[in-house]
Write a new protein. Structure first.
Length: 88
């Protein structure tokens, strides 16, 4: 379960980068690539092992003020990413 007071980062087996050919953020790993949605890329870009989930949500809310509360969406995505071992 994702904790809002914890900081996470992309697992060291993955590399997050923007791929112009895909016009999207991707996670690269030895066996391939995962193309991320725009919102997933925005979330994962903020994972630095220092920002807490609550800080990330506040930053995203400031960037996208038209969005309703992002807490549920962000924590749900991070939970899925954690289950897939994309983040730790």
């Amino acid at each position: 379960m994702i904790q809002e007071n914890q900081a996470y980062q992309v697992h060291k087996l993955f590399r997050l980068q923007y791929e112009p050919a895909q016009n999207a953020w991707v996670l690269l790993y030895p066996e391939g690539m995962i193309k991320l949605s725009e919102s997933a890329g925005e979330i994962l870009r903020l994972l630095d092992g220092e920002r807490t989930v609550a800080q990330m949500i506040a930053e995203l809310q400031a960037r996208f003020p038209q969005a309703d509360t992002l807490t549920e969406d962000v924590t749900e995505f991070l939970g899925e990413a954690h289950a897939k071992k994309w983040i730790c």
